[in-house]
Design a protein around this ligand. Structure first.
Ligand code: AQP
Length: 329
């Protein structure tokens, strides 16, 4: 079986963007691949976190992976910080990554602008840790939203560089970007992606929002004064609503244009709100059920960390040997 790796940060409440751009595709692909789904808590501390909140969110995120439909018997679901090989490989790869390459990363520029008081070295080398995450498992495919495409490219560059110096070591991973939902925009500013850490809660639909909140946020979504439901770049707010609707219902944008021909934005917004609520309801009830089963989640955490460490250490030992570290006795 080919290998799939992906992860998410426990930096906030997950949004519909995280779900439609990533998590939903994970579930779709999980039968086809040998899968590793990581809660990347080491990435989270590139931005200052409250320790108790981070711990709580990390567990909630791991629970959500399972609630979304990932079977922890078949998929390896674990915390990054429980597998030390991530940090060890990241250190080595740091020495094979150029400052100039990292300087070009748009996420670094965005986050540095947002957290000007804490532009730490970890934020700068974030893509190297991400490369380590992926390369440790010899992943063939990495399902992500469009915003992560640049980080996948640098991962491939680092892997190719290492392979060309030391001979075949890493599998070169391919991104998997789904057709629908690859970039969901903020409901309040359709020029900006929907994001967990957005300070305006009306811009994002959170996976745990109740139906009334979802519908209210959709009703308040920023659109335009054209007054017609068309899927085109000139109407980014409406386009985003159609994207959300399509990702939740499996419809195509052209079907949606037809469905709302002659109808107003109010009707579109209502339909989108209902489609989103219907999509999230089963997820929410499954989270509520799993949260009560502490022993089960604890078991998943323990067993899967061991499994992940086994595979990760195989690659790490190989890399340590290639760069010239002394053999273990
Ligand atoms: N708006 C989005 N549309 C589609 N996909 C998205 N992803 C994030 N936002 C959207 C995808 O979700 C996964 C989670 O990645 P992450 O946890 O590393 O965080 P991120 O990419 O930095 O996303 P956020 O929500 O914006 O988090 P913060 O606010 O903490 O920076 C990735 O696969 C991503 O592509």
């Amino acid at each position: 079986k080919k290998v799939l790796f992906s992860g998410m940060q426990a930096t906030g409440n997950l949004t519909l963007g995280n779900y439609l751009g990533a998590l939903k595709n994970w579930v779709k692909l999980s039968d086809e691949y040998e899968c590793f789904y990581c809660v990347v808590d080491e990435h989270s501390i590139t931005v200052r976190q409250d320790p108790a909140t981070l711990r709580k969110r990390a567990r909630a995120l791991l629970t959500l992976y399972i609630a979304a439909g990932l079977d922890p018997e078949k998929n390896c679901i674990y915390y990054q910080s429980h597998v030390s090989a991530h940090a060890e490989l990241a250190w080595i790869l740091n020495c094979y990554t150029y400052m100039g390459e990292l300087n070009r990363m748009t996420q670094f520029k965005d986050k540095a602008a947002k957290h000007a008081d804490n532009i730490n070295a970890g934020l700068f080398t974030y893509p190297v840790l991400m490369a380590a995450d992926i390369l440790l498992f010899q992943a063939d495919v990495v399902p992500v939203g469009i915003d992560q495409k640049q980080h996948l490219e640098i991962t491939r560059d680092i892997a190719q560089r290492f392979n060309s110096i030391y001979g075949d070591t890493f599998t070169i991973p391919e991104p998997y970007i789904g057709k629908a939902g690859a970039k969901i925009m903020s409901l309040q500013n359709p020029e900006k992606k929907m994001s967990k850490s957005d300070e305006n809660p009306n811009g994002s639909i959170y996976l745990m929002d109740d139906t009334d909140t979802i519908i209210r946020k959709c009703k308040r979504a920023v659109t335009d004064s054209e007054g017609c439901v068309r899927y085109r770049d000139e109407q980014p707010g409406v386009k985003n609503l159609i994207d959300i609707y399509c990702a939740c219902t499996g419809k195509l944008p052209s079907d949606v244009e037809r469905e709302f021909d002659g109808k107003g934005y109010g009707e579109l917004k209502m339909a989108v709100g209902e489609a989103v609520a219907a999509q999230l309801a089963p997820l929410q009830s499954e989270v509520a059920r799993l949260e009560k089963d502490k022993a089960y989640i604890d078991g998943v955490i323990k067993n899967n960390a061991e499994k992940a460490a086994y595979f990760a250490n195989k690659t790490l030992r190989k890399v340590q040997r290639k760069v010239g570290f002394p053999d273990r006795i």
